[in-house]
Design a protein around this ligand. Structure first.
Ligand code: PLP
Length: 407
């Protein structure tokens, strides 16, 4: 018989969101008439705007004609889209040949593990989007120090006390640092100074940063950098992973990209971009051509306007939720709401409580699904993540129910 990949037995419990879904299902079975509202999973809810949708519809219709048909394209993505991403998103700070179009950020985070091999040292923010840790464990980074000789994972606590920016000195030399900003789940968008210190540290300690920028479109504070490549020295140490999912509601369409600077070199001096190109051309066969047509439309004048309005809608949801969560019933119990207006997530601390207990309480009393902070890492204990992805009427209804929540 074939032996199971032993790394799977090192994964901690189930993946967070299936557990949230299971509890919701069980609740709904017990209370079939309850109208449950989800402010939990970070899935988009609003329609893709018309100009962008039309580009995809037209492209799809073209596929049914001799003139409009296209088969496999370049695995790295349409040249026109790579050029547009370089120009529009990065203002020319990166070159088109450093941009690799993909089927989404999560898939790139998974593939990136192949780039470094299974003995790579890993550092992650704590709490963090679960894919960095679980993906690293599946690909062989041991979960416990010294476990079967592989390198362990360094967890970097991000708490209210440190402004949700970690103590970098805990990161070991030659680590792959997964760093997400604006952060899921804390909602924290790191400042220029913070990111400069991260880049400086990475260069000094010969680390690479995998910068997950999936929420860049939510940054509204003009002082905050919108990409790691605004930071001096980043091209020597950083890879950026990005996505159309939250920018344009492409969570189901599937389109993302990575940026691997030409300057980025391994210890031996060989090019990281060259190996990434090899991975993308060998293990990936290009993003959907329909999705890429939509991506192009997102980045023209009309598309930029539409995506901004779409993101603004979610940010307004977040502002409505912030107000509700700062209500007297929460404030009197010492509940702290962390939200700066640059992310779709509100990170809310319930002092002295366990995250899953608060999750169950909110589900029972308000019939609202949230996400327990502890599911993102130990430093998320006592927190709940509220997601602003939802229809306005649902968000308003959820807020009305939360106004009566008894902690
Ligand atoms: N990165 C972060 C931090 C996310 O929160 C998500 C999705 O929620 C992703 C990546 C996944 O993005 P994509 O839909 O492009 O795979």
């Amino acid at each position: 018989m074939i032996k199971r990949n032993a790394n799977f037995s090192k994964l901690a419990g189930g993946y967070l969101f299936p557990e949230v879904a299971k509890r919701r299902r069980e609740f709904q079975q017990k209370h079939p008439d309850a109208k449950v509202i989800s402010l939990g999973i970070g899935n988009t809810t609003e329609p893709i705007p018309p100009h962008i949708t039309k580009a995809m519809v037209d492209y799809a219709a073209g596929l049914g004609t001799k003139e409009g048909y296209s088969g496999y394209g370049d695995e790295q993505g349409l040249t026109e889209l790579r050029e547009k991403i370089a120009k529009v998103v990065y203002g020319g700070k990166v070159n088109a040949d450093e941009v690799f179009v993909s089927d989404g950020a999560k898939c790139d985070i998974a593939r990136i593990q192949i780039l470094f091999g299974r003995k790579a040292r890993v550092a992650v923010q704590n709490p963090a989007y679960p894919v960095y840790v679980d993906g690293s464990v599946i690909s062989g980074a041991a979960k416990r120090r010294g476990d079967d000789g592989y390198n362990d994972i360094t967890y970097l606590p991000c708490t209210a006390e440190n402004d949700f920016f970690p103590d970098l000195t805990a990161i070991k030399k030659n680590s792959i640092i997964y760093f997400c900003s604006p952060n899921n789940p804390t909602g924290k968008a790191s400042t220029r100074e913070q990111l400069q210190s991260l880049v400086n540290y990475a260069i000094e300690k010969e680390c690479f940063i995998i910068y997950d920028n999936a929420y860049f479109a939510f940054i509204r504070d003009e002082k905050l950098p919108k990409t790691i490549f605004e930071i001096e020295g980043a091209k020597k140490c950083a890879i950026e992973i990005n996505s159309f999912s939250k920018l344009a509601g492409f969570t189901g369409v599937r389109l993302g990209w990575s940026v691997i600077p030409s300057e980025l070199k391994f210890h031996c001096g060989s090019s990281v971009k060259q190996d990434w190109n090899r991975i993308m051309t060998t293990l990936f066969n290009g993003a959907s051509n329909i999705a890429q047509a939509g991506g192009l439309a997102c980045l023209d004048e009309e598309g930029i306007k539409e995506t901004k309005e779409l993101v603004d809608y979610y940010l307004e949801n977040a502002a409505i939720m912030k107000k509700a969560l700062e209500g007297e019933n929460f404030a009197s119990k010492g509940v702290q709401v962390y939200f700066t207006g640059d992310s779709p997530y509100l990170w809310v601390k319930f002092p002295g409580k366990k995250s899953w207990d608060v999750f169950d309480q909110i589900l029972e009393q308000c019939n609202v699904v949230t996400t327990p902070g502890s599911g993102f890492g130990a430093a998320g204990e006592s927190f709940i993540r509220f997601s602003a992805f939802g229809h306005r009427q649902d968000v308003e209804e959820a807020c009305r129910r939360l106004a009566n929540f008894k902690i």
